[in-house]
Write a new protein. Structure first.
Length: 329
Protein backbone atom coordinates (compact mmCIF):
# COMPACT_ATOMS: atom_id res chain seq x y z
CA UNK A 1 0.00 0.00 0.00
CA UNK A 2 1.60 3.25 -1.16
CA UNK A 3 0.80 6.42 0.78
CA UNK A 4 2.15 9.99 0.82
CA UNK A 5 4.84 10.26 3.51
CA UNK A 6 5.01 12.93 6.19
CA UNK A 7 8.00 15.01 7.23
CA UNK A 8 9.93 15.86 4.09
CA UNK A 9 11.27 18.95 2.36
CA UNK A 10 11.09 19.54 -1.37
CA UNK A 11 14.10 21.09 -3.08
CA UNK A 12 14.89 22.14 -6.65
CA UNK A 13 15.07 19.54 -9.44
CA UNK A 14 12.50 17.34 -7.65
CA UNK A 15 14.97 16.44 -4.89
CA UNK A 16 13.47 15.72 -1.47
CA UNK A 17 14.97 15.43 2.01
CA UNK A 18 13.19 13.06 4.38
CA UNK A 19 12.94 14.57 7.88
CA UNK A 20 11.39 11.59 9.67
CA UNK A 21 14.64 10.39 11.22
CA UNK A 22 18.18 11.74 11.74
CA UNK A 23 19.42 9.92 8.64
CA UNK A 24 17.93 12.87 6.73
CA UNK A 25 18.06 10.98 3.42
CA UNK A 26 18.48 13.26 0.38
CA UNK A 27 16.68 11.57 -2.49
CA UNK A 28 16.64 12.28 -6.19
CA UNK A 29 13.61 11.01 -8.15
CA UNK A 30 13.40 7.21 -8.04
CA UNK A 31 15.74 6.85 -5.06
CA UNK A 32 14.84 5.00 -1.85
CA UNK A 33 15.89 5.94 1.69
CA UNK A 34 18.05 3.89 4.05
CA UNK A 35 14.86 2.48 5.60
CA UNK A 36 14.02 0.84 2.25
CA UNK A 37 10.43 2.06 2.49
CA UNK A 38 10.39 5.79 1.69
CA UNK A 39 11.04 6.92 -1.87
CA UNK A 40 11.00 9.95 -4.12
CA UNK A 41 8.41 9.85 -6.90
CA UNK A 42 8.39 12.94 -9.11
CA UNK A 43 9.53 15.22 -6.30
CA UNK A 44 7.15 13.87 -3.65
CA UNK A 45 7.97 11.50 -0.80
CA UNK A 46 5.96 8.29 -0.50
CA UNK A 47 6.03 5.19 1.67
CA UNK A 48 5.23 1.74 0.33
CA UNK A 49 4.96 -0.11 3.65
CA UNK A 50 1.65 1.33 4.92
CA UNK A 51 -0.29 -1.48 6.59
CA UNK A 52 2.04 -4.12 5.14
CA UNK A 53 2.63 -6.63 7.95
CA UNK A 54 5.52 -9.10 7.88
CA UNK A 55 3.77 -11.06 10.63
CA UNK A 56 1.11 -10.73 13.31
CA UNK A 57 1.15 -12.68 16.56
CA UNK A 58 0.00 -12.67 20.15
CA UNK A 59 3.06 -12.31 22.41
CA UNK A 60 3.62 -11.99 26.14
CA UNK A 61 4.34 -8.35 26.95
CA UNK A 62 7.56 -9.62 28.56
CA UNK A 63 8.81 -10.67 25.11
CA UNK A 64 9.11 -7.04 23.95
CA UNK A 65 10.72 -6.84 26.60
CA UNK A 66 8.50 -4.79 28.92
CA UNK A 67 8.55 -6.08 32.50
CA UNK A 68 7.07 -3.16 34.44
CA UNK A 69 4.11 -2.56 32.11
CA UNK A 70 1.08 -4.83 32.50
CA UNK A 71 3.17 -7.85 33.62
CA UNK A 72 1.80 -11.21 32.56
CA UNK A 73 -0.51 -9.79 29.89
CA UNK A 74 -0.52 -10.53 26.16
CA UNK A 75 -0.30 -8.07 23.29
CA UNK A 76 -0.91 -8.29 19.56
CA UNK A 77 2.45 -7.75 17.86
CA UNK A 78 3.35 -6.81 14.31
CA UNK A 79 5.89 -4.95 12.21
CA UNK A 80 6.98 -3.94 8.67
CA UNK A 81 9.92 -4.75 6.44
CA UNK A 82 12.86 -2.42 6.83
CA UNK A 83 14.88 -0.39 9.32
CA UNK A 84 16.66 2.97 9.43
CA UNK A 85 19.74 1.28 10.93
CA UNK A 86 21.95 -1.36 9.32
CA UNK A 87 23.36 -3.16 12.38
CA UNK A 88 25.86 -5.80 11.35
CA UNK A 89 24.66 -8.14 14.12
CA UNK A 90 20.90 -7.75 13.56
CA UNK A 91 18.91 -10.65 15.02
CA UNK A 92 16.01 -10.03 12.61
CA UNK A 93 18.05 -9.20 9.50
CA UNK A 94 15.79 -11.29 7.22
CA UNK A 95 13.03 -8.70 7.63
CA UNK A 96 14.99 -5.57 8.60
CA UNK A 97 17.73 -5.70 5.96
CA UNK A 98 15.91 -7.77 3.37
CA UNK A 99 12.27 -8.02 2.28
CA UNK A 100 9.77 -10.80 2.87
CA UNK A 101 6.19 -11.19 1.71
CA UNK A 102 3.63 -9.14 3.64
CA UNK A 103 -0.10 -9.08 4.22
CA UNK A 104 -2.13 -5.87 4.21
CA UNK A 105 -4.25 -4.97 7.21
CA UNK A 106 -6.05 -1.63 7.50
CA UNK A 107 -5.88 0.27 10.80
CA UNK A 108 -9.48 -0.75 11.52
CA UNK A 109 -8.72 -4.41 10.82
CA UNK A 110 -5.63 -4.39 13.05
CA UNK A 111 -7.52 -2.84 15.97
CA UNK A 112 -10.43 -5.26 15.49
CA UNK A 113 -7.95 -8.15 15.62
CA UNK A 114 -6.53 -6.84 18.89
CA UNK A 115 -10.04 -6.60 20.35
CA UNK A 116 -10.93 -10.08 19.11
CA UNK A 117 -7.91 -11.61 20.84
CA UNK A 118 -8.51 -9.66 24.07
CA UNK A 119 -5.08 -8.06 23.73
CA UNK A 120 -4.14 -5.08 25.87
CA UNK A 121 -3.27 -3.29 22.61
CA UNK A 122 -0.81 -3.48 19.73
CA UNK A 123 2.98 -3.65 19.91
CA UNK A 124 4.82 -2.38 16.85
CA UNK A 125 8.00 -4.43 16.93
CA UNK A 126 10.21 -7.04 15.20
CA UNK A 127 11.88 -4.46 12.90
CA UNK A 128 11.88 -0.65 13.32
CA UNK A 129 8.40 0.78 13.86
CA UNK A 130 9.48 4.41 13.48
CA UNK A 131 9.67 3.90 9.70
CA UNK A 132 5.96 2.87 9.88
CA UNK A 133 5.08 6.33 11.19
CA UNK A 134 2.06 7.07 8.97
CA UNK A 135 0.46 3.70 9.73
CA UNK A 136 1.06 3.91 13.47
CA UNK A 137 -0.39 7.41 13.59
CA UNK A 138 -3.59 6.08 12.00
CA UNK A 139 -3.79 3.01 14.24
CA UNK A 140 -2.97 4.67 17.59
CA UNK A 141 -6.07 6.92 17.86
CA UNK A 142 -8.29 3.92 17.11
CA UNK A 143 -6.56 1.92 19.83
CA UNK A 144 -7.04 4.73 22.29
CA UNK A 145 -10.73 5.01 21.33
CA UNK A 146 -11.12 1.31 22.15
CA UNK A 147 -9.29 1.58 25.47
CA UNK A 148 -6.24 -0.27 24.14
CA UNK A 149 -2.53 0.50 24.40
CA UNK A 150 0.00 1.55 21.76
CA UNK A 151 3.45 0.04 22.36
CA UNK A 152 6.70 0.38 20.40
CA UNK A 153 9.95 -1.57 20.46
CA UNK A 154 12.39 0.77 18.76
CA UNK A 155 15.94 1.93 18.18
CA UNK A 156 14.74 5.41 19.15
CA UNK A 157 16.01 6.92 15.89
CA UNK A 158 13.46 9.59 14.98
CA UNK A 159 13.49 13.37 14.72
CA UNK A 160 12.05 15.52 17.53
CA UNK A 161 8.91 16.77 15.76
CA UNK A 162 7.52 13.38 14.69
CA UNK A 163 8.47 12.00 18.12
CA UNK A 164 6.40 14.70 19.82
CA UNK A 165 3.45 13.83 17.57
CA UNK A 166 3.82 10.14 18.37
CA UNK A 167 4.10 10.65 22.14
CA UNK A 168 0.53 11.97 22.23
CA UNK A 169 -0.65 8.39 21.72
CA UNK A 170 2.23 6.21 22.85
CA UNK A 171 1.62 4.26 26.08
CA UNK A 172 4.92 2.38 26.35
CA UNK A 173 8.19 1.98 24.51
CA UNK A 174 11.30 -0.12 24.85
CA UNK A 175 14.28 1.66 23.30
CA UNK A 176 17.32 -0.35 22.31
CA UNK A 177 20.25 1.71 23.58
CA UNK A 178 23.01 -0.10 21.74
CA UNK A 179 26.06 1.51 23.33
CA UNK A 180 27.34 4.80 24.74
CA UNK A 181 29.85 5.15 21.92
CA UNK A 182 29.30 7.36 18.87
CA UNK A 183 31.87 5.23 17.07
CA UNK A 184 29.82 2.08 17.78
CA UNK A 185 26.71 3.67 16.30
CA UNK A 186 28.57 4.99 13.25
CA UNK A 187 30.54 1.85 12.36
CA UNK A 188 28.26 -0.95 13.54
CA UNK A 189 24.76 0.51 13.20
CA UNK A 190 25.27 3.15 10.48
CA UNK A 191 23.58 5.75 12.68
CA UNK A 192 24.21 8.41 15.31
CA UNK A 193 24.15 8.11 19.09
CA UNK A 194 23.20 11.63 20.22
CA UNK A 195 19.67 11.69 18.72
CA UNK A 196 18.90 8.44 20.53
CA UNK A 197 20.10 9.84 23.86
CA UNK A 198 18.08 13.02 23.35
CA UNK A 199 14.97 11.01 22.50
CA UNK A 200 15.36 8.84 25.60
CA UNK A 201 15.46 12.03 27.69
CA UNK A 202 12.35 13.34 25.92
CA UNK A 203 10.41 10.10 26.35
CA UNK A 204 11.36 9.89 30.03
CA UNK A 205 9.83 13.35 30.60
CA UNK A 206 6.56 12.36 28.88
CA UNK A 207 3.64 10.23 30.07
CA UNK A 208 4.93 7.25 28.08
CA UNK A 209 6.26 4.27 30.05
CA UNK A 210 9.93 3.74 29.14
CA UNK A 211 12.18 0.70 29.39
CA UNK A 212 15.62 0.23 27.82
CA UNK A 213 17.45 -2.75 26.34
CA UNK A 214 21.19 -3.15 25.82
CA UNK A 215 22.52 -6.09 23.81
CA UNK A 216 25.95 -6.89 25.22
CA UNK A 217 28.43 -7.79 22.47
CA UNK A 218 31.85 -9.11 23.54
CA UNK A 219 34.74 -6.74 22.73
CA UNK A 220 32.31 -4.14 21.32
CA UNK A 221 30.36 -2.70 24.27
CA UNK A 222 31.04 -5.01 27.22
CA UNK A 223 33.88 -3.34 29.13
CA UNK A 224 33.36 -2.05 32.66
CA UNK A 225 33.71 1.47 31.27
CA UNK A 226 31.07 0.82 28.59
CA UNK A 227 28.59 -0.62 31.06
CA UNK A 228 29.22 2.04 33.70
CA UNK A 229 28.70 4.86 31.18
CA UNK A 230 25.41 3.27 30.09
CA UNK A 231 24.15 2.89 33.65
CA UNK A 232 25.27 6.38 34.67
CA UNK A 233 23.38 7.90 31.74
CA UNK A 234 20.17 6.07 32.64
CA UNK A 235 20.49 6.86 36.35
CA UNK A 236 21.00 10.54 35.55
CA UNK A 237 17.51 10.55 34.02
CA UNK A 238 15.71 8.24 36.47
CA UNK A 239 16.75 5.18 38.49
CA UNK A 240 13.21 3.84 37.92
CA UNK A 241 13.81 3.18 34.19
CA UNK A 242 14.01 -0.64 33.85
CA UNK A 243 17.13 -1.84 32.04
CA UNK A 244 17.22 -5.15 30.17
CA UNK A 245 20.65 -6.58 29.40
CA UNK A 246 20.36 -9.06 26.54
CA UNK A 247 22.93 -11.68 25.55
CA UNK A 248 24.27 -11.54 22.00
CA UNK A 249 24.54 -14.57 19.73
CA UNK A 250 26.32 -14.59 16.34
CA UNK A 251 24.00 -13.33 13.63
CA UNK A 252 23.96 -11.70 10.20
CA UNK A 253 27.46 -10.31 9.47
CA UNK A 254 28.99 -10.65 12.95
CA UNK A 255 30.47 -13.96 14.11
CA UNK A 256 31.99 -12.96 17.46
CA UNK A 257 31.31 -15.72 20.04
CA UNK A 258 28.18 -15.36 22.18
CA UNK A 259 28.12 -13.27 25.35
CA UNK A 260 29.42 -15.28 28.34
CA UNK A 261 27.14 -15.66 31.34
CA UNK A 262 29.84 -14.07 33.50
CA UNK A 263 29.64 -10.86 31.48
CA UNK A 264 25.87 -10.73 31.91
CA UNK A 265 26.16 -11.15 35.66
CA UNK A 266 28.88 -8.48 35.79
CA UNK A 267 26.62 -6.07 33.93
CA UNK A 268 23.75 -6.72 36.31
CA UNK A 269 26.00 -6.14 39.31
CA UNK A 270 27.19 -2.80 37.92
CA UNK A 271 23.67 -1.65 37.07
CA UNK A 272 22.04 -2.66 40.35
CA UNK A 273 24.21 -0.17 42.20
CA UNK A 274 22.34 2.74 40.58
CA UNK A 275 19.13 1.38 39.02
CA UNK A 276 16.08 -0.10 40.74
CA UNK A 277 15.10 -2.63 38.04
CA UNK A 278 17.72 -4.62 36.13
CA UNK A 279 16.90 -7.72 34.10
CA UNK A 280 18.84 -10.32 32.11
CA UNK A 281 17.49 -11.76 28.89
CA UNK A 282 18.39 -14.21 26.12
CA UNK A 283 20.38 -16.31 28.59
CA UNK A 284 19.47 -18.80 31.32
CA UNK A 285 19.93 -17.56 34.87
CA UNK A 286 18.10 -18.54 38.01
CA UNK A 287 17.18 -14.99 38.94
CA UNK A 288 17.55 -12.68 35.98
CA UNK A 289 13.91 -11.85 35.27
CA UNK A 290 12.15 -11.60 38.64
CA UNK A 291 11.08 -8.21 39.97
CA UNK A 292 11.84 -7.27 43.58
CA UNK A 293 10.72 -4.31 45.65
CA UNK A 294 13.49 -1.67 45.59
CA UNK A 295 12.74 -0.80 49.23
CA UNK A 296 12.11 -4.04 51.14
CA UNK A 297 13.57 -6.54 48.66
CA UNK A 298 10.53 -8.84 48.65
CA UNK A 299 9.52 -10.68 45.48
CA UNK A 300 6.93 -8.72 43.50
CA UNK A 301 6.77 -10.59 40.17
CA UNK A 302 8.04 -14.13 39.61
CA UNK A 303 8.95 -15.11 36.05
CA UNK A 304 9.83 -18.57 34.79
CA UNK A 305 10.30 -18.22 31.06
CA UNK A 306 7.15 -16.43 29.97
CA UNK A 307 5.10 -17.79 32.86
CA UNK A 308 4.47 -14.75 35.05
CA UNK A 309 3.02 -14.58 38.54
CA UNK A 310 2.32 -11.20 40.14
CA UNK A 311 2.75 -11.98 43.84
CA UNK A 312 3.59 -8.83 45.75
CA UNK A 313 1.73 -5.90 44.20
CA UNK A 314 -1.41 -4.02 45.06
CA UNK A 315 -1.78 -1.73 42.08
CA UNK A 316 1.65 -0.12 41.80
CA UNK A 317 2.41 -0.55 45.52
CA UNK A 318 4.42 -3.26 47.23
CA UNK A 319 1.90 -5.12 49.36
CA UNK A 320 4.54 -5.70 52.05
CA UNK A 321 6.02 -2.23 52.65
CA UNK A 322 3.63 -0.07 50.55
CA UNK A 323 6.45 1.37 48.42
CA UNK A 324 5.31 2.88 45.13
CA UNK A 325 7.15 0.71 42.60
CA UNK A 326 5.86 2.69 39.57
CA UNK A 327 4.96 -0.64 37.93
CA UNK A 328 1.87 -0.34 35.71
CA UNK A 329 -0.71 -3.10 35.80
Amino acid sequence: MIKPAKYFEKLENDIVICHLCPAECRLTPGKVGICKSRFNKQGQLYTDNYGELVTVAIDPIEKKPLYNFYPGREILSTGPNGCNFACIYCQNWEISQKTVKTIYMSPEQLVATAVQHQSIGVAFTYTEPMIWFEYIMDVAPLLKKNGLKTVLVSNGYINPQPLDELLQYLDAINVDLKAMSSDFYKKICKGKLEPVLNNIRTIAQSNTHLELTNLIIPTKNDSDEDLTALVDFIASISPFIPLHFSAYYPSYKLDIPATPKETMLKAKNIAQKRLKYVYLGNIFTTDGSNTYCPQCGRLLIKRTGYHVSVEGLTGSYCKYCHYDTQIIQ
